[in-house]
Design a protein around this ligand. Sequence first.
Ligand code: GAL
Length: 420
Amino acid sequence: MKKGFILLALIFCASLLFADGGPTPETGEVEVLHWWTSGGEAASVAVLKELLEAEGHTWKDFAVAGGGGDQAMTVLRSRAVAGNPPTAAQVKGPQIQDWAAEGFLTNLDDVAEAENWDGLVPKVIADIMKYKGNWVAVPVNVHRINWMWVNPEVFKKAGAKIPKTWAEFEMAAKKIQAAGMTPVAWGGQPWQEITVFETIVAGVGGTDFYNKTMVQADPSAINSPTMVKCLETLKMMKQYTDPGAPGRDWNLATAMVIKGEAGMQFMGDWAKGEFTAAGKKPDVDYIATHAPGTSKQFLFNVDSFIMFEVKDPSAKEAQKAMARLILEPKFQEVFNINKGSIPVRMGMSEDPFDIPAQLSMKDFTASAKTGDLVPSMAHEMATSRAIRGAIMDTVTAFYNSDMRAKDAAAQMANAVRSAQ
Ligand code: GAL
């Protein structure tokens, strides 16, 4: 009789515990919006899915194809406006602040405190992830923009030397062209064009000029002879691209270098993810080196995830698990090896990483000391979307028309001024 009563009482208490407001169930679903759909990118994001599912959570994939994420951001905004955002989304740079200011985001301070994120993430990056001092995003990696991806066989066949300056680039490109191959694998999409353009701005103009134009977006620095030179350098490259360039996806451009159809590509180190996915080895099958004139600089691009405010306690648990896993050493190692980036978590061993990643790790620290660690404009780390859009529209219009470089510099300054 007494035993039966105790059992009933236990069942009653348990039912109270799991009713609304009681302890949360342990597993739930996260719907993740991202744009990682190329071979290397898909292999990388699969790592996070596996780790999350190993803890019993469910990963609902919401991939929006389109390199650089412009399409993904349009879809994200329309879903949020319709009151139906995903639970997690790949969002970067100053946009994180915008989403937080609009009250969409989950505060991640409890995970951050438990895991000591402040002690693990470089301050320059942690600051981007916080809104009013609270963690509202979790960083995934550090990509570098100013790389040149070289097929050594193509260079050898053409008798060309790997360029360190833009003058040397022209000499090499002429030789490759004369040997019947495409010098530059070009992806003719606006975000790719500004990716190459900002690398030229850093290399031709130097770090101060880059900061004045691409970070502070100062119209008088933009409308200048140095900017004209940068634009002319960009236009000069066009004659070394192939007729298939317009509209080409970045990973298809990388494939041209992998297959030996083109000599080089200028792209961030997500391109390395494609070489890795194709089983290619650095310094054997391909060479990764600084884009001309940028050996000291590190144009950084940090991927990150924001979590949208949700009511369902099990979804909250899944969001927290995802946030925690992203900064754990296991994910940081495997993901970044596949992705081509370097860990954002400090103190990770360099040993499992390849030569370009080790170079990137060394340069990240060195450039931070010399003031040459600068945020990427093209990848939304530096300015508002409106200013990036103004620069992008002008550069693309200039690259794809007969516009004079002098007029393009003036137009860019005006467009930036009205976006401010
Ligand atoms: C960048 C992003 C990278 C890579 C690239 C191409 O903006 O940070 O992770 O995915 O786009 O899609």
